[in-house]
Design a protein around this ligand. Sequence first.
Ligand code: IVH
Length: 663
Amino acid sequence: MSKKEYLKLLEEIKRHNQLYFDQGMPEITDYEYDLLLKEAEKIEASHPEWVPADTPTCQVQEQPTKGFKQVEHDVPMLSLANTYSREEVADFVARVYKLLEREDVEFCVELKMDGVALSLRYEDGKLVRAVSRGNGRKGDDITANVKTIRSIPHELKGTNIPDLLEVRGEVFIPTKDFAEMNREREEAGDVTWANPRNAAAGSLKLLDATEVAKRKLDIVFYNVITREKILKTQAENHHFLKKMGLPVGSEKHFTVCKSLDEIFAFADRIEKERPSLPFEIDGIVIKVNHLRDHDILGATGKSPRWAAAYKFAPEQAETVIEDIIVQVGRTGVLTPVAELRPVPLAGSTISRATLHNEEEVARKDIRVHDTVMIEKGGDVIPKVVEVIQSKRPKESKPWHMPTHCPICGAKVIRTEGEVAVRCPNRISCGGQNLRRISFFASKNAMDIDHLGPEIVKKLVEIGFVSRLSDLYRLTENELAQLEGFKEKSIHNLLDSLEKSKKVTLARFIFAIGIPYVGEGTAQLLADAAGSMDRLKEMTEEELCEIDGVGDKVAESIVEFFSDEKHSQEIDELIELGVTPTAVHKKITGHAFAGKTFVLTGSLEEFTRTDAANLIKERGGKVSSSVSKKTDFVLVGEDPGSKYDKAKQLGVSILDEKSFKASL
Ligand code: IVH
């Protein structure tokens, strides 16, 4: 490789770093990324004179996140050297033997969780700080977000708790919850996460802890740092963590090995179990068991010499693309999907793979009848990793996105700077319509019982429903014409439709399907606007002023309402009796009026947002820090330092019970 090619490779690695860390949307798998990194490292070993100071092979790349305080780690958070083959593992073990000058070395082997590293500090048994890895030396202070992770105790259990304890582990989202989360995002027209790890990382960086609480984050711990050396081995670390009430992996998922063969036996077992694990792992970690040996072995700039990751290759399978079809989503986005010759992979039979968008198809040059390797990412839907060029039929042609919507035939539109291609026909396109109506009726939207996607399909096909408002025009006579609809089912559905008319403003905003407006955003909009009429007239600037609403969302809202068809649809829904009501009505003359509250700890009956809204409805204000100007501190379970400060300043303290009583 020439120097020019090497520098190009570094640029490519940096580009992937940016996609991964800053945008949370990687284009390549970790495995592919590691191969690029490895290639660069190999060249650097033979041409040290070429290596620029900022080579991405020598830095942990994550940048600080805006909005979080930066905190220095007392003990740096290093990464692990990666190995991909048995030879490389054997080399690692041999190096350890050589450096320790003996061969009776034990290794503690454990799962390599595919998540986000986190360091927690407990002082006198109380959780005081949570910091992300960041660049290894300094990370983001994400304490408020981390406190929402249910399995993290705010106070440790057990006896002999060290006064200062730092514990480290990996935050992750279980595979099932991740799939659910992505389904919801897709429904809401949001971009889906590429894998659970990105979703976890993205969630931890949210600026609103109440939003983080909704993500199904979990954690396992694997490392202990104490001032005094109270533990002797890595295996003891696990037991110690467990004793303190901290979540650790299952007993089956770490073991002490005395030889290379035992390490490989563990690796083989875990690789077999991998498809059925409820979370993602990308390999195993091999650690020298005795902690005193860690001091002898030390670390290189980037990783310790006492540990190595043995990474599994992603599970892949070879199959043929029988066709490429195009799906039209609820918000009109056209998504190419490969229909595959069914093939077993990671515990299920795969017959479809998402091709994401036109750019992705072009980048990998994926064509109908190609033989391809597919791989299961974190998502339930697998993806095409590469095309096996040697097996491509001679007559094959590149694939292109259709110029017209495959469902309604309208000419598709492309927005500059966006990869998505959309059908412009939001209301009348059958594909979008069906999804829009099903979504409108779904549990988290209007919650219309007895109106599942199958019924919606029947209603649309028979021609009784073509717009959202048509649902509220359905008659007994019409429903009686549906196959399988008897008196009871007819009344059930009509009752549910009637009930659904009383709806909160937030649910209604979510239900009408504005692109990029998910449940959380809908709540923010409802709180800020207070009514549908006001929301409709809000400008982009006004929308952007709402905490949590960005440019893209604001633009999408204004565009949505500027379409006459949408405004009319909403007016008709309201005329038919749908009454979206802002929950936060103003209550006048309440004792909370003009008072400033600070909230700390977790409440039993309310979320913090609910409590804050109740205060605001009653004319009170909610502030984030305690000062002399604070009138009340509402204290829940496990209060933080705000409670202590309130006591110090003599601010009135309200517990949940008295808060409830004074509402
Ligand atoms: S030990 C200095 N143990 O892998 C060694 N790390 O590539 C510190 N990880 O930053 C890490 N499972 O985010 C260790 N059982 C495990 C792990 C683990 C996952 C992650 C962690 C670390 C990264 C290094």
